[in-house]
Design a protein. Structure first.
Length: 396
């Protein structure tokens, strides 16, 4: 459902996207940071791609990830892959697939993080819907209820974060976007992360469809229908609104849930916030409860998509397997709302948190609330400084 700097990630020391990163013991001889404090790391992240930039020139040229840096840079990734030193040497690292994996490590992580999330989420919906009324179930009325779905999505998000820790575990294009906007994640990473997340949603939902295809045939009698049809199963894979909702209500249901999602994620990732655990190891569990709460309190009207990758990817998959054009036209062409509202809602949630609570590095905490960043002159000056700094540090 959702998807950190990554705002969704636990404490992964190898990812190059984290503003509050710290070196792993296994990498300490290979990577050096300019400071051991969180706020110093944040300043380094603002000054460059990430807090490993200043150490990149010290990486031995025999590293596989170092020799692949031109390809990674072309894809918008940090030149050095987040790979343990012990795994980045020797004959194994010279294999073709090892080199491909080193180049695409973070996109692969986002892909599988979203796929895992969607498999658990869509799988929970499928089990609840397709088993409705089965008297053989404990309790005599199917295997699960609405709260089972919230459990499934919460667990899916938590486990997806664990899987995608090396990429930042964004799992959501809207969260990736807001991290670029407010937390200095390089914008050039957005396209490749977006594509990986979208494909992860498509594949994850396809796996669920393959698993439940016999049950869907039995439940619908061989047809493929979309809500509000009486026995529609398209809702297993993507969201559809309640029939009585106006377009405005559809939009604000998703907008409000997305705003809450981003606001709370930024709070959980704020190192100066004394109300949250200081260890990132608790973050995936906190996200579990956040997603569970959003589903329990705001999920009924539109299904709390709050994530383009988890909605559009599975919607495209359902169209491909035969659910028809109704997947786009249902709810008065509702399909565009889970694509647009999460971006606006997450951006607004991040804006609210930075305006009222966050005191660290953010465009909001600059003159005129960061509006000067929109000036072409400022953008060109920042770009020149960025290129100069990378040249000095040996980053291509």
């Amino acid at each position: 459902m959702a998807s950190a700097t990554g705002p969704m990630a636990q404490a992964s020391s190898r990812t190059h996207d984290r503003v509050d990163d710290s070196p792993d013991d296994r990498l300490i001889n290979e990577y050096t940071t300019s400071s051991s404090t969180t706020h110093e790391d944040e300043r380094n992240h603002i000054d460059g791609d990430n807090n490993l930039t200043n150490s990149s020139a010290k990486i031995r040229p025999t590293r596989t990830s170092h020799r692949l840096q031109h390809t990674r840079t072309a894809l918008g990734l940090h030149p050095l892959a987040p790979v343990d030193e012990e795994h980045d040497h020797g004959p194994r690292s010279e294999l073709l697939w090892s080199r491909i994996r080193a180049v695409l490590r973070e996109p692969f992580a986002e892909f599988w993080g979203v796929a895992i999330m969607v498999m658990f989420g869509n799988g929970s919906v499928g089990q609840v819907l397709l088993s409705t009324g089965q008297t053989t179930a404990p309790g005599g009325n199917g295997f699960g209820n609405y709260q089972s779905i919230n459990w499934g999505w919460g667990l899916g998000v938590m486990l997806g974060i664990y899987v995608a820790g090396d990429s930042g575990a964004y799992l959501n294009p809207a969260i990736t976007f807001s991290s670029c906007l407010y937390r200095q994640l390089p914008w050039r990473r957005f396209p490749v992360y977006f594509l990986a997340q979208l494909l992860g949603g498509f594949v994850g939902s396809g796996i669920v469809y393959a698993n439940y295809i016999s049950a869907i045939d039995y439940f619908e009698g061989g047809a493929r229908t979309v809500p509000p049809a009486k026995k529609a199963t398209a809702g297993i894979f993507c969201t559809y609104p309640q029939a009585f909702l106006t377009k405005t209500s559809q939009f604000f249901s998703e907008f409000i849930a997305s705003t809450l999602l981003m606001f709370v994620i930024f709070a959980l990732k704020d190192p100066s916030n004394n109300g949250v655990p200081k260890s990132d190891k608790w973050f995936p569990l906190c996200l579990f409860f956040l997603i569970f709460g959003l589903g329990s309190c705001f999920g009924w009207e539109t299904g709390y998509a709050i994530n383009l990758a988890r909605d559009f990817g599975p919607r495209l998959m359902s169209y491909a397997v035969g659910y028809g054009h109704e997947v786009w036209s249902a709810g008065g062409y509702y399909f565009w709302i889970p694509m647009v509202a999460p971006f606006l809602g997450c951006a607004f949630g991040g804006f609210l948190y930075d305006v009222f609570i966050f005191t660290g590095p953010s465009p909001i905490n600059t003159p005129w609330l960061g509006l000067k960043h929109l000036s072409p002159r400022y953008a060109m000056a920042a770009r020149r400084e960025h290129v100069k700094r990378n040249t000095e540090n040996g980053i291509v």
